[in-house]
Design a protein around this ligand. Structure first.
Ligand SMILES: [Zn+2]
Length: 218
């Protein structure tokens, strides 16, 4: 009964932060302006004026806070302190967000977006990735986001500015449709955004907890 003895001797609160040593670049999408203040990349605006760029900034900040509680280092491409980026070419700005993760040799890059569609009935979360080194993370994101019961829109490899630029494991998640009145109203609630952030962080934990080399694992 050695196993039983060992179990009873385990201290209750001795576990080290599970993501200590990991670095994540968290990218709340859009929110880019020209130098003169005009909007370059405003993002989707949906039902009841729900703004993608505002919703995803809140989720990104929640994700960053939770990851830091797990001991990870987090770099946000936009934050409450600096909500707007400055650029002149949209695609280059998006590539720069992922290039930052490459430069930092980040454990992973996570872009957070919200969807919009002319079809007001469309709903659900999506996960996109491109390179094979992102697939384990993409699957974990899918599993965790589906557990929110928002439905699923898409899950596929997709050549986007951020997924093609990133050399580290990278995903772009769409956290729901701001063009869907019910989802827009959900996304406007802080506790719903917190649940989404928890799902994103759970997927990062699933993939990278106790990984120190950034390659993830199954
Ligand atoms: Zn977007």
């Amino acid at each position: 009964m050695l196993g039983g003895i060992a179990l009873t001797l385990l201290p209750a609160q001795a576990a080290p932060p599970v993501l200590a040593g990991a670095t994540f670049v968290v990218d709340p999408g859009h929110g880019t302006r020209y130098r003169d203040g005009r909007e370059l990349n405003v993002g989707a605006v949906g039902a009841h004026g729900a703004q993608e760029r505002t919703v995803v900034l809140g989720v990104g900040e929640d994700v960053a806070r939770l990851l830091r509680q797990d001991g990870a280092r987090v770099v946000l491409t936009r934050s409450y302190a600096r909500p707007f980026r400055t650029a002149t070419i949209l695609r280059l700005d998006n590539r720069a967000r992922a290039a930052l993760a490459n430069r930092l040799h980040a454990t992973a890059f996570v872009a957070i977006h919200a969807d919009a569609s002319p079809d007001a009935g469309r709903r659900g979360t999506s996960v996109f990735w491109l390179r094979p080194n992102s697939l384990t993370l993409a699957r974990a994101m899918r599993r965790r986001l589906r557990s929110l019961d928002f439905g699923e829109a898409e899950f596929r490899a997709r050549d986007l500015a951020v997924t093609s630029e990133a050399r580290v494991p990278a995903v772009l998640v769409e956290i729901g449709f701001v063009s869907n009145a019910a989802q827009a109203s959900q996304l406007s609630r802080p506790h719903v955004r917190e649940r989404i952030a928890e799902a994103i962080v759970a997927a990062l934990r699933d993939t990278f907890a106790d990984s120190r080399d950034g390659t993830g694992g199954d």
